[in-house]
Design a protein around this ligand. Structure first.
Ligand code: ATP
Ligand code: MG
Length: 407
């Protein structure tokens, strides 16, 4: 074993892993492009306060924090919504609204690692700032839905709720708003037994509350959230051809800055770490000195989507070169290099033997490198200008001029 290994909860990505990651990234970027979201980038570390403003002081336990050499309290970003709001407050206040922003970046959390849960992981997300409420929520839900569809994940389950449900149930039972947040993490974890006990201790009858939170269904459940505006959102989704979601009154998202619609997407096959997306409507910009701007957004767990695709045996595109150019002997090496260079300049991907192998070993290497075709260059080829091209899949050989291969 090497004397220094990678830190716990982090991963190295081998070439094949990176190819898959870039492929998925490309698919998600393509969805963002079609929905006309524009990407932003923010630093990997921020002032710790940015995240405690958003999530409260307890977030520090879950973060990588450090004091820099100037004595500043810094944190590696655990998420990208707060940085995006800060970016808005610092650089986009004058921009026409609504703003449709997206991001892709690594995030860091001091968690107990397991499959689908890492200390460094990647989030792909989007935020709409300053839209009319129902229109923004519809757009965000349609985008999240399309991201899952575009990545090819099988059977994702989208659940849509509203933070007003839980708040109203608790208020109706005599729990004032200031006392409510301690119940949210239990709902967020769907720990209904824990919630039952906690409500009991508080002297609240848990049954009417649980009977609502445990229900899932269609839009008939919206009567539990009068005035939520979700009717209009679901109508909007229908117009956009988005179906297959459930209404879930028991979504809490655990944090108190959500102000309206909240939603989650699960891939049930993933087991414990099945949630691949979370989001909703929130009001955060004012915390960063930007005035009140209603926003809606989500973050996708990029790594978990990949785990789901790999578990389902998804067919990732193979990334071998178009051509592997093989000189028959040392005398043809110069010509092989000339051919490789011409192919590359024409935009094709091409490799040549860099290990001075003989023909049969070089062809074996071309196969293991995943080349589509081998181009064999011997004395004959030098004389006639006709190259021998071998299809590495079928083994068939043909003769072709370099100009044909450049197209
Ligand atoms: P969980 O309940 O699984 O910890 P979360 O509520 O902390 O998730 P969010 O903060 O909403 O997650 O982040 C959005 C998405 O990022 C999650 O739905 C999940 O897919 C992914 N995610 C969160 N934490 C991790 C992690 N440590 N490793 C990999 N992916 C993660
Ligand atoms: Mg978490």
């Amino acid at each position: 074993m090497p004397p220094v290994q990678r830190p716990k909860g982090t991963r190295d990505f081998l070439p094949r892993d990176m190819e898959r990651r870039r492929w998925l990234e490309g698919r998600l970027r393509e969805v963002m492009r079609r929905f006309a979201f524009r990407e932003v980038g923010t630093p990997a570390f921020e002032h710790t306060e940015l995240f405690t403003l958003r999530s409260g002081p307890s977030i520090v336990e879950d973060m990588y924090t450090f004091t820099d050499k100037g004595g500043r309290e810094m944190a590696l970003r655990p998420e990208l919504t707060a940085p995006t709001m800060r970016l808005y407050a610092e650089g986009l206040l004058g921009a026409p609204r609504p703003l449709k922003l997206c991001y892709f970046g690594n995030c860091f959390r001091y968690e107990q690692p397991q499959k689908g849960r890492y200390r460094e992981f990647w989030q792909f997300g989007a935020e709409i700032l300053g839209a009319e409420r129902a229109s923004g929520e519809t757009e965000i839900l349609a985008l999240a839905h399309e991201c899952l569809r575009g990545s090819g994940v099988r059977d994702p389950v989208m659940r849509i709720g509203h933070v007003g449900v839980l708040k109203r149930l608790l208020s109706d039972s005599g729990v004032p708003p200031g006392e409510q947040p301690r119940f949210w993490p239990l709902v967020d974890k769907k720990d209904f037994e824990g919630l039952r006990a906690a409500l009991g201790e508080r002297g609240v009858d848990p049954d009417p509350i649980l009977s609502v939170l445990e229900r899932r269904g269609g839009r008939e459940l919206l009567e539990k959230v009068p005035g939520s505006g979700l009717e209009e959102v679901l109508d909007g989704l229908e117009s956009m051809g988005v179906t297959g979601y459930t209404v879930d009154p028991g979504i809490a998202r655990g944090l108190d800055y959500y102000t309206g619609m909240v939603f989650e997407i699960d891939v049930p096959g993933l087991g414990a770490e099945k949630q691949v997306c979370g989001g909703g409507s929130y009001s955060l910009a004012e915390l960063f000195g930007a005035g009140k701007v209603e926003s809606t957004g989500f973050a996708l767990g990029f790594d978990r989507i990949l785990v789901a695709l790999e578990a389902a045996g998804a067919a990732f595109p193979e990334a071998g070169p178009d051509f592997f150019v093989v000189p028959v002997g040392p005398a043809e090496r110069g010509e092989a290099r000339r051919v490789v260079a011409a192919l590359r300049r024409a935009g094709r991907s091409a490799e040549t033997d860099l290990a001075a192998r003989n023909l049969s070993k070089a062809l074996k290497h071309a196969a293991s490198a995943g080349a589509s075709e081998a181009v064999i260059i011997g004395e004959d080829e030098l004389g006639t200008g006709l190259l021998t091209v071998k299809n590495m899949g079928s083994g068939e050989q043909r003769k072709a001029r370099l100009e044909e291969l450049l197209k």
